[in-house]
Design a binder for this molecule. Structure first.
Ligand code: NAD
Length: 455
């Protein structure tokens, strides 16, 4: 889907004009292409002097984050130009009080003019809610406050995010590695202002980080077009055998997607009582198992609540949340879903911040956020995880239907001043679906470029 404004201000006369008039100046974000280095370097690692975790994170990077990739890692801030940081990682796991923030954060500030376009700032911290000491809790929450404000200050496609690691989990955990690989790469292009929590030391490093889903069978619902098709393609790129599910009416495009990625198509309405059983039967019968389920099928039937009819309300609840709950019951009860399974659901920022005309959709998507949090403990015994991804404004047929003026406002109201691409949602789902991300569960990651309003 075209964003002609971003094209216009990306060079020449348009760029000069936007600058003169003080108009938004979105830049084309750098996105991942297979074969390119994963992490933009050089990477600057900052942290309080003598902090063991800072050294450990620097070592992980020097080791190529598990895949032997050459990463130029530096520990010294620069005092004059010459270097363009691909990423700056600030390790703040040993704070005792908010005053401890100053050394590293102010050094970070001195380096921001040297951050490359589409550069990354990643804070590594510990959860505030796990500390009984008020000063420690305040310092830890302060890291997130800094990160969220910084996200709104960065320009040229750069982002700020935080990785929050449980107190008893080492910074060298496989899930931390998985998260570093995601956040420091172009795969996280439209993820901004987010906190991802690693809640336990779990996850298995894949034999080949370029094919982390090799040998896995993944089901993607609503895969005939839009975000679902991008998810199916991304999971296939990462090595999974994909079952693409959609309604019979979308059969032709569904078959095209399935053929392109050498997967199989399953025509199915996810609201059917036996949808879960039919998915298991197809995945096990055709591919020998079921490891990953992506609940992407979703609909909107917008109306102000005062004008809402039963059909609009009921269909949105049925497709977007009731179907997921029913299918998950079948998956959790199945003997075929016991080997570190992954569930990733599509929520929406409308389910977090609310959106005019979307009481039905907001109810369903808020339900998804709570559903994954409550499902997560049920999967822990089999090393499984359940998470959600909440897209903001993504350039799809769904958002192309929004009237021009509203669309133009909606797509600029985030720190990156543009809409995301379906692949941005897909990359985040692939990260959560990875066997390496086993310690990340029960959370919702927004893929919204840090929406400025509401969530
Ligand atoms: P889309 O309408 O382009 O695609 C949705 C797909 O789901 C379609 O192929 C449709 O046929 C299928 N589907 C609908 N009902 C189904 C059912 N009962 N059984 C099986 N398949 C069914 O939408 P999209 O923009 O690609 O959105 C995908 C997901 O992302 C949805 O859950 C949506 O709510 C969510 N989302 C999208 C955006 C956005 O900006 N596009 C923002 C937030 C959340």
């Amino acid at each position: 889907m075209a964003d002609k404004y971003t094209d216009f201000v990306s060079g020449g006369f348009g760029k000069t004009l936007a600058k003169k008039l003080g108009l938004p100046q979105p830049v084309r974000l750098k996105r991942f292409k297979p074969g390119q280095p994963l992490v933009a370097s050089p990477v600057l690692v900052l942290g309080p002097s003598g902090c063991a975790d800072t050294n450990a994170v620097a070592e992980l990077l020097l080791d190529g984050l598990g895949s032997g990739e050459q990463i130029d890692v530096r520990r010294q801030a620069i005092t004059s130009g010459g270097v363009r940081w691909g990423a700056i990682v600030v390790v703040l796991t040993s704070l005792s009080t908010p005053a401890d923030l100053s050394e590293s954060v102010r050094t970070l500030g001195s380096q921001l003019r040297s951050l490359a376009p589409s550069g990354r700032v990643l804070f590594v911290t510990r959860p505030a809610d796990s500390s009984a000491i008020p000063a420690v809790a305040a310092a830890r929450q302060g890291v997130l406050g800094t990160m969220r404000s910084l996200g709104k200050e960065l320009r040229s496609g750069a982002t700020a995010n935080a990785l929050e690691i449980a107190d008893d989990t080492p910074v060298t955990s496989t899930s931390v590695l998985s998260a570093l690989r995601f956040f420091l790469s172009p795969k996280s292009a439209f993820v901004d202002g987010q906190v991802v929590r690693v809640k336990r030391d779990a996850g298995t490093a894949p034999a080949n980080w370029n094919q982390p889903l090799a040998g896995k069978v993944a089901v993607v619902t609503g895969a005939a077009q839009g975000i679902g098709a991008a998810i199916a393609k991304t999971l296939a790129r990462d090595g999974a055998k994909v079952v693409a599910v959609d309604i019979p009416a979308a059969g032709d495009s569904l078959a095209r997607v399935a053929n392109e990625i050498k997967g199989t198509a399953l025509q199915l309405d996810v609201t059917a009582d036996d949808a879960g059983a039919r998915i298991i039967e197809h995945a096990v019968g055709r591919h020998g198992g079921l490891d990953i389920v992506v609940h992407n099928a979703g609909i909107t039937r917008d109306k102000l609540l005062a004008n809402m009819d039963d059909a609009r309300w009921d269909s949105v609840i049925a497709v977007n949340i009731e179907s997921q709950l029913r299918m998950n019951e079948a998956f959790l009860a199945s003997e075929h879903f016991k080997d570190a399974p992954r569930i990733v659901s599509l929520a929406s920022t409308s389910g977090i911040a609310g959106n005019r005309g979307q009481t039905n959709y907001g109810a369903s998507k808020a339900g998804v956020v709570a559903m994954v949090a409550a499902t997560s403990p049920l999967l822990e015994a089999v090393d499984g995880t359940a998470n959600a991804v909440a897209p903001g404004f993504i350039e799809t047929k769904m958002t192309a239907k929004i009237p021009l003026a509203t669309r133009e406002v909606a797509r600029r109201l985030n720190s990156l001043q543009q809409g995301g691409q379906p692949v941005d949602v897909a990359e985040t789902i692939a990260f959560l679906a990875s066997p390496a991300s086993g310690g990340i569960s029960g959370i919702t990651i927004r893929v919204c470029g840090q929406n400025l309003v509401g969530a």
